[in-house]
Write a protein that binds this ligand. Structure first.
Ligand code: PMP
Length: 436
């Protein structure tokens, strides 16, 4: 018997959950063709008025609204199953564990991952990318290089900067083409034997550009670098198959995928995750603890210290089931047509310049208004119940590159329609009349 206090809860966790996992997954009866009116009926918040007007919610990229079944799943969890996971041998705890681990299996299928152990539940994309930067940087040497793109959200830049400061590594930046897509020739020139990580967003939150991930992964892997993807804006809109994309890690947030806030995911290739040190210490992430030292649980529990956001995971599982209950190809085709419609309609407004988002942007459209600050425009639009985002969108270096302090951004969700875009365009005309 080894010395010290032996205490292993996380080690038992998956084993205990495993027999229950299959029943934690509620099968749905095949995807339905996309139907806007039926989607809208699923979102209770869309019936409320804002300043006496119909809510025109065009800020889904910041956070998506929630369908009733997600709200109900979270509510039901607290009313009927609430207990801590992985700990108790009693019924409630086993039910909570089954629901939590069932959500992990749903996420695994959603991302096309091979194994549920590749799915770590965290607070969101930000925490997932911090984990990635912290754990991967334990292997870096001074003068190693990390490649990011000029499009990155601060979440996929600052964690790498912090890790680079700690280790003496350097950050290198992929520049953009004229249409704001990534300049892949310049990317090639940045890659070398010192490149440890290539960290890029799948979809840019500021401009909607979709990165050619497969190509990026192939080129990065050719020099032995790992590929970490910020999927915060992609997961709600594009079908994600991590194996086909070739990435080593993929992060996304539940709240942008119609799930609750406070829950997010880091996918990591199993062999990679098994080779990484823990991110935080505490309960649930250990195999054994003595006063002198500890040994750590296997992934995913090694990276889930403390009580996780159980109801959040349950809500996220339900949100994924909801997303997948619609035929994703037809939903994507609908969103693309709506974005094209928005680009066309916006170009009819005097003094509005739409900022290109690559060849086939996804669900996000940024523009600037001649002589008008985006914050003033957004404040006026709110008078008519129109919610759009104004600011630097946590992409200050990109704004600097574009030569603008901020943009006005509309972003689409499953529930967005031409009536929303039309209201935005009418609102912009009003802004021009008042301020132009
Ligand atoms: N990356 C991108 C591209 C995003 O759009 C966001 C959210 N604005 C994040 C990262 C951070 O996500 P969260 O705040 O949910 O951690």
């Amino acid at each position: 018997m080894p010395r010290g206090i032996w205490y292993s809860c996380a080690g038992r966790a998956l084993a205990r959950a495993a027999p229950f996992m299959p029943t934690g997954i509620v099968p749905h009866s095949g995807p339905r063709p996309f139907d806007l009116e039926r989607v809208r009926a699923d979102f209770p918040i869309l019936t409320r008025l804002v300043r006496g007007k119909r809510l025109v919610y065009l800020d889904t990229a910041a956070s998506a609204q929630k369908p009733a079944r997600v709200l109900d799943a979270v509510d039901r969890f607290y009313r009927e199953h609430n207990a801590n996971v992985h700990r108790g041998v009693y019924t409630l705890s086993e039910e909570a564990t089954r629901l939590y681990e069932g959500a992990r299996v749903r996420v695994q299928r959603f991302l096309g991952a091979r194994d549920p152990r590749e799915i770590v539940f965290l607070r969101g994309t930000t925490e997932a990318l911090n984990l990635a930067a912290f754990c991967l940087s334990t292997r870096w040497k001074p003068d190693d290089e990390i490649v990011v793109s000029a499009l990155e959200h601060h979440s996929n830049l600052v964690p790498w900067q912090l890790a680079a400061e700690r280790t003496g590594a350097r950050i290198r930046v992929i520049p953009l083409n004229a249409d704001h897509s990534l300049d892949l020739d310049a990317f090639d020139r940045l890659l070398n034997e010192r490149t440890q990580v290539v960290a890029v967003s799948h979809v840019s939150n500021a401009l909607g550009c979709v990165a050619p991930l497969r190509e990026i992964s192939e080129r990065a892997h050719a020099v032995g670098a790992l590929v970490v993807v910020d999927g915060a804006q992609a997961a709600p809109h594009l079908p994600i198959r991590v194996a086909e994309l070739g990435c080593d890690m993929y992060a996304f947030s539940g709240h942008k995928c119609y799930g609750p806030t406070g829950i997010g995911v880091l996918y990591g290739r199993l062999e990679l995750m098994q080779s990484l040190p823990p991110y935080q210490g505490g309960g649930e992430m250990i195999r054994s603890v003595s006063f002198e030292r500890s040994t750590y649980a296997d992934p995913p529990h090694r990276f889930e210290a403390g009580t996780p956001d159980i109801s959040g995971a349950v809500g996220l599982g339900e949100a994924i089931d909801y997303l997948e209950s619609w035929d994703r190809d037809s939903a994507r085709a609908y969103e693309r047509a709506l974005l094209e419609y928005a680009i066309e309609r916006l170009s009819t407004v005097d003094g509005v310049r739409v900022l290109a988002g690559g060849e086939e942007p996804a669900a996000v459209l940024s523009c600037v208004l001649k002589g008008i600050h985006p914050h003033d425009a957004a404040t006026i639009l709110d008078q008519d119940g129109i919610a759009v985002r104004a600011g630097h969108h946590c992409a200050q270096p990109l704004m600097e590159l574009l030569g603008v302090p901020a943009t006005l951004r509309m972003s689409l969700g499953l529930y967005s329609g031409r009536d929303d875009v039309d209201a935005f365009v009418v609102g912009l005309r009003k802004v021009r009349e008042w301020l132009g």
